[in-house]
Design a protein around this ligand. Structure first.
Ligand SMILES: NC(=O)C1=CN([C@@H]2O[C@H](COP(=O)(O)OP(=O)(O)OC[C@H]3O[C@@H](n4cnc5c(N)ncnc54)[C@H](O)[C@@H]3O)[C@@H](O)[C@H]2O)[C@H](O)CC1
Ligand SMILES: [K+]
Length: 517
């Protein structure tokens, strides 16, 4: 991929940063009107490709115009589509428009494009262009615009939003009052943070970036050399994937992972975690399970060293019983949690007190929440990675307000409190390191909303972390790679088998296909 494209595809900005970048472009004397022409010209071309107009039966398009420059963009699009043979109608209900927007409206009307103040007069349109609000939305949308939006959503026609669906908060993706439910959204210039927040996804439809040649120097001047928020791309993920091995190596040099997982109640979780670790290519895999699961694990993973541990009355791991001459420092990394139940408390304390890189997941996190010793994670001498879903996150960090409202803010705060790398699972998984650098996984599939898929991630991540231990790769980069790899495997599996065909075992079978393609 072209360098610019790759860089741009990683960048994520807030409304404030976008305004600053835009400010620099205008300060450098790019005329505002010229930029609007350029952007809207690109949008009009894409619309023509997506919904072409027939020369005889013209496509009827309704243009929703707001008071700011988002409305200005929409009016330029209206004019261009009019010249390209569409039957255009404008909805504009604001008495006060920004100067440039107002000029475009006057010119559009002078061309004979009809303009209405009631959306009902656009009811026979085939599709809509939403230019009500862009990143300038400041407060909740009220009537009559709110009812207009609801009415248009109810018509269930295609809606193409300019910059972002009107009504969404640019940074949090929260619905302010009400919001357009777009089928397609053209994000202008740079990806806005709201696109990567779970709560926005139902409104965005298919998202596409319109690159209008923002100078990279302006982006860097505002974001600095290390942007605070980045998207994981194929290139970034593959660059950190510790696949290439030196020609001369041996198993322990390629990482030794200790998995601690499973109980009588959750035996399958241990197998899935182990299969995730197997797919990572880790040099050596040891798996600590309750003694009664030992044979089961041996039969599924003949290559692994299975460590049977003494059991509690409930058949959970009571404490670790490693082979002679082995202690926790023998491993490159530890991944602990899937299927443990809440009875394996002492083992979680033990691994936290070790000096090894550690992934805590599932019951590992629930036990940590019960112990109430989260601040002690700060004292760990090696990296800690926490991989909660929203429920586990809330149990662990009750002091962090509603992670659903701003997942990026929530995950950053959790990483800061714990000195750990935190991966908050979701449709758009967000990862933060303790310094507040964020990675977001921009592509996934609802196929992953299925029991056991998290166990697979834990194993995969543990295996990568163990391999990275000798390879000078930042922990958050490895975590980002694991998240990307895991979701790409699910996407591939869903393409071949539908979203219903991606059970966690099948998922493990697709992991290798992602990197061998
Ligand atoms: N990114 C770029 O460099 C470019 C962006 N373009 C487009 O411009 C908009 C941003 O334009 P702006 O005028 O700043 O904001 P909006 O159009 O989103 O609207 C602001 C406008 O609306 C009023 N307002 C805000 N909230 C409400 C509300 N709840 N109810 C009523 N009115 C509200 C506010 O007072 C303002 O008057 C960007 O998204 C792009 O589409 C350029 O065209 C190209 C370059
Ligand atoms: K919009």
């Amino acid at each position: 991929m072209h360098d610019r494209q790759e860089y741009i595809s990683q960048i994520v900005v807030t409304a404030e940063q976008m305004r600053d970048i835009e400010g620099r472009i205008f300060a450098a004397k790019m005329p505002v009107a010229a930029l609007m022409e350029k952007v809207a010209g690109l949008i009009a071309c894409r619309i023509q490709e997506i919904i072409p107009s027939h020369p005889v039966i013209k496509s009827r398009v309704g243009i929703l115009v707001g008071p700011g420059h988002n409305g200005g963009d929409a009016l330029v699009v209206a004019r261009e589509l009019h010249f390209r043979g569409y039957e255009v109608s404008i909805y504009s209900a604001f008495s006060k428009l920004k100067e440039l927007t107002s000029q475009h409206l006057q010119y559009a009307q002078s061309l004979g494009i009809p303009c209405f103040q009631e959306c009902t007069q656009l009811s026979d349109c085939d599709f809509f262009i939403d230019g009500l609000f862009g990143f300038g939305l400041e407060r909740a949308i009220a009537d009559p615009i709110a009812s207009t939006i609801n009415q248009i959503n109810n018509w269930h026609k295609p809606i193409i939003s300019i910059d972002l669906p009107s009504g969404l908060h640019t940074d949090t993706g929260e619905v302010l009052g009400t919001a357009i439910r777009a089928t397609h959204t053209f994000c202008l210039g740079l990806w806005k943070l709201g696109f990567l927040q779970d709560q926005a996804l139902e409104y965005i439809g298919k998202a596409e970036l319109i690159d209008f040649d923002i100078p990279l120097a302006d982006v860097q001047a505002v974001l600095g050399n290390t942007p605070q928020i980045k998207q994981i791309t194929k290139a970034t993920a593959l660059s950190t994937l510790p696949l290439p091995r030196p020609s001369v190596t041996y198993k322990y040099k390629e990482g030794h992972l200790l998995l601690i997982c499973g109980s009588r109640r959750y035996a399958g979780g241990a197998i899935l975690t182990a299969l995730g670790a197997r797919a990572s290519g880790v040099g050596m895999l040891s798996i600590a399970v309750p003694e009664s699961l030992k044979q089961l694990l041996v039969s599924h993973l003949p290559e692994a060293l299975i460590v049977g541990c003494p059991e509690t009355e409930t058949k959970a791991i009571a404490h670790l019983q490693l082979p002679e001459k082995t202690d926790l420092s023998s491993f490159s990394a530890i991944a602990c949690g899937p299927g443990l139940t809440l009875d394996a408390t002492s083992i979680v304390e033990q691994v936290i007190n070790s000096d090894r890189s550690l992934v805590l997941d599932a019951d590992g996190l629930n036990i940590l929440a019960q112990l109430g010793t989260i601040p002690t994670l700060q004292k760990r001498q090696a990296a800690t990675v926490l991989t909660p879903h929203t429920g586990e996150f809330q149990r662990l960090f009750p002091n962090i307000a509603e992670p659903k409202q701003d997942r990026v803010k929530a995950v950053r705060s959790a990483a800061d409190q714990t000195g750990s790398v935190v991966l908050l699972k979701g449709a758009r998984t967000a990862i933060s390191n303790p310094e507040g650098l964020i990675w977001i996984n921009p592509e996934s599939t609802p196929a992953l909303a299925r029991g056991g898929s998290g166990d697979v991630l834990t194993g995969l991540l543990g295996g990568l972390l163990a391999q990275a231990a000798t390879k000078q790769i930042a922990v958050e980069d490895i975590v980002a790679t694991a998240a990307w790899w895991h979701s790409q495997a699910a996407i591939l599996a869903a393409q071949e088998r539908t979203e219903l065909g991606v059970d966690a075992f099948t998922l493990t079978q697709y992991l290798m296909r992602v990197v061998s393609n």
